[in-house]
Design a binder for this molecule. Structure first.
Ligand code: ATP
Ligand code: TZP
Ligand code: MG
Ligand code: MG
Length: 271
């Protein structure tokens, strides 16, 4: 996977303007919609059981996020997920807070069992808890990140039979056989709520235009990390509020050429 194919994937997103159907949480809804628009995708949020099947089948990808889950939206997520599966539309899953409460853990596993998820993206503790490993989590924020994240991701991808993306300082992307590590990003992303949730939807936009899901995920992670690096640089004298706004600006402004120049990633050998 060379840098040129990563940059071409960003170009494709902007040319195609994919519709991304999000069933997400109340904290990040507006930020996610604005981030997707800035990138060059079309966001739609639709939650009612009466309409989610129809909307999911119109979309280029479907993003399910359990950040503020309740029984009605869980039912809608499963209906939408199955409808997307019928049309082979990629389904992304963000298991926010899996491991923090029994309800979140059980719901995350239920969604993974009932819907064919293409890509699951979370912090290390969330992914660990879905596959039955007890890594500590603090609310929705990563707790224990001291374990072997690469091997956790590979094991999870094999168990869940999908692409797994574990984010943190470095991001691991794997289908259980081939593994990439992306090192772009900035620590300020951890000071903006929803930075992870928006990222999952950004990966959704890339997966909506690129069938190779390892390529789509790697391109999305490098793109997002570069946008964060540029935003942090521009707002260096200010705090997380200015960074959040500038991140949205940079999602619109990062060019395919900048991906070629600034992406930092590697394929892990024998991982
Ligand atoms: P958490 O619940 O732990 O906050 P999250 O769902 O918000 O997780 P993150 O793991 O914070 O998601 O990932 C969101 C983005 O932030 C990713 O692009 C990731 O690379 C980046 N990121 C996270 N931590 C760091 C860090 N310490 N340095 C650089 N980039 C980071
Ligand atoms: N509480 C429930 S969902 C949510 C919070 C704070 C947002 C979490 O967003 P992220 O992207 O995982 O930081
Ligand atoms: Mg976060
Ligand atoms: Mg998260």
């Amino acid at each position: 996977m060379d840098k040129k194919v990563l940059s071409e994937t960003l170009q494709k997103v902007r040319e195609v303007n994919p519709l991304v159907h999000n069933i997400t949480n109340v904290v990040v809804t507006n930020f996610t919609a604005n981030g997707l628009l800035a990138l060059g995708a079309s966001p739609v949020m639709a939650y009612a059981a009466e309409e989610v099947k129809e909307m999911a089948q119109l979309a280029s990808s479907l993003v399910l996020n359990i950040g503020t889950l309740n029984p009605q939206t869980v039912e809608s997520m499963i209906l939408a997920g199955k409808a997307a599966n019928e049309k082979e539309i990629p389904v992304l899953f963000d298991p926010v807070g899996a491991g923090a409460t029994n309800y979140r853990t059980a719901t995350a596993r239920k969604i993974m069992n009932e819907v064919k998820v293409s890509i699951v993206r979370g912090n290390a503790a969330e992914i660990a808890n879905i596959v039955g490993e007890n890594w500590k989590i603090k609310g929705v924020d990563a707790g224990d990140t001291s374990g072997d994240v690469v091997n956790l991701a590979i094991k999870a991808a094999q168990i869940l039979n999908c692409v797994v993306v574990i984010t943190g300082k470095d991001d691991v992307i794997t289908d259980g056989t081939t593994t990439f590590l992306v090192s772009n990003g900035h620590q300020l992303l951890t000071k903006v709520t929803g930075a992870g949730c928006l990222l999952t939807s950004v990966i959704g936009a890339f997966a909506g235009v690129e069938k190779d899901l390892l390529l789509a995920s790697t391109a999305a992670l490098a793109f997002y990390g570069i946008a964060a690096e540029k935003a942090a640089n521009i707002t260096a004298k200010h705090g997380p509020g200015s960074f959040q706004i500038e991140l949205i600006n940079q999602l619109a402004m990062v060019t395919p050429e900048e991906i070629t120049q600034l992406a930092v990633y590697e394929k892990l050998q024998g991982a």
